[in-house]
Design a protein around this ligand. Structure first.
Ligand code: SAH
Length: 363
């Protein structure tokens, strides 16, 4: 049995499934899900993320977390939360940087929202010498409800399931995963149009991630009730845009989305404007979205790089890493990746988020 067999059996029994269910099973099926069975990160895996490129990324987010704790009034107990911590590299680097503010380290407990048992083990190993014993959560619902939260999420929301709708002969139809005559998974359209109407050209694709919106709502409600800050970084767009952004990546290359489910990472671009709306509706304050380039510039990425280069065997390597993270060339991450910050009303802007991003100004 493979995940593909299981999906085909489910579709034969219940009919075509939404892209959201396909994504949830491809990534999170308890036995065959992509994240449940492996550590996909790094050069030997399928993709590389910012914290794996340079320690500076996690260090700067640790600095952001520490200054957020100060803005919260230096509470004696605070939860430092990470959503989808991967190998635990970001958290390890953030905690090391957080030592610069000893009171912060003493006040915090580490909470990790992670569904993968394999990655939970990797996180435990990364944090073994950090002086903190993390608490794991299967979802955000069980996070502490009695203290302020400082929440970090890098490349988490892109893995949260989306639904897709496509304009066809003047109406919107949900895109569904079915089984072709040859017995393969195939993308099709629901025969029945959806009842909403937003004008667009035929062929246009509309994406929405109700699960992301719900996660954001729950976190924002906690931030409003308990105080707190959330910073989410991901590739995506600052304003809603039509387009099919569902993609699969395997061994550092794009792969067909429906081929070998459970063996490739499946993600979609994050609609940051939708996350900001969900936060606002829950009574929290979203700040204007920044590019990763601007956020890292403002957090002092170049300054930190100069310090590390003095002690480095190969200083050039650090320049290359910083260019990859904060550079604005098309192949760099600086412009493709965006950052959203959310706080309770009345809190100061997290550092870096006090001004709009001139790189995102529309003319
Ligand atoms: N933040 C890390 C890893 C990104 S990969 C980094 O930047 O390197 C996505 C991470 O989110 C993995 O740890 C994956 O297991 C986790 N994840 C994805 N969907 C999840 C869900 N619905 N609930 C909990 N964890 C999830």
């Amino acid at each position: 049995m493979t995940l593909q067999d299981e999906l085909i059996a489910e579709i034969r029994a219940n009919g075509p499934m939404g892209v959201d269910r396909f994504m949830a099973l491809a990534l999170g099926h308890p036995r065959y899900g992509y994240y449940m069975t492996r550590d996909p990160l790094g050069l030997a895996g399928d993709f590389v993320t910012a914290p794996e490129i340079s320690q500076i990324f996690g260090e700067l987010l640790g600095l952001l977390a520490a200054t957020s704790w100060q803005a919260l009034g230096e509470p004696s107990e605070v939860a430092l939360v990470e959503l989808g911590p991967g190998r635990g590299t970001l958290m390890a680097d953030a905690l090391r940087a957080g030592k610069a503010l000893p009171g912060f380290l003493a006040a915090l407990d580490v909470h990790l929202v992670e569904m993968s048992p394999v990655l939970q083990r990797a996180q435990a190993a990364s944090l073994k010498d950090s002086g903190k014993s993390p608490t794991w959560h299967p979802s955000v619902a069980s996070l502490p409800d009695d203290r302020p939260l400082i929440i970090l999420a890098n490349e988490f929301f892109d893995a949260v399931p989306i639904r897709q709708f496509q304009r066809y002969q003047g109406q919107w139809h949900e895109r569904l995963v079915g089984v072709s005559a040859e017995g393969r998974l195939a993308m099709g359209l629901s025969p029945v149009p959806s009842a909403f109407d937003v004008q667009a050209e035929d062929g246009a694709v509309f994406e929405t991630s109700p699960v992301s919106h719900e996660i954001m709502r729950q976190l924002s409600e906690k931030i409003v009730a308990q105080g707190g800050v959330l910073v989410a970084i991901d590739y995506g767009h600052p304003r809603f845009a039509f387009g099919d952004t569902l993609q699969a990546v395997r061994k550092h290359k794009f792969a067909p989305v429906l081929e070998n489910p459970g063996e490739a990472d499946i993600t979609a671009h994050v609609d940051f404007s939708a996350l900001a709306i969900a936060a606002k509706r829950a009574g929290a304050r979203p700040y204007p979205i920044l590019t990763q380039a601007t956020l890292l510039d403002r957090l002092g990425v170049h300054h930190r790089a100069e310090i590390l280069k003095k002690k480095a065997k190969d200083p050039k390597e650090i320049d290359v890493a910083v260019e990859r993270l904060a550079g604005t060339a098309p192949e760099a991450m600086g412009l493709l990746f965006k950052a959203l910050a959310v706080t309770n009303i009345g809190l100061a802007a997290p550092i870096g988020f006090d001004q709009d991003d001139p790189r995102l100004k529309t003319s």
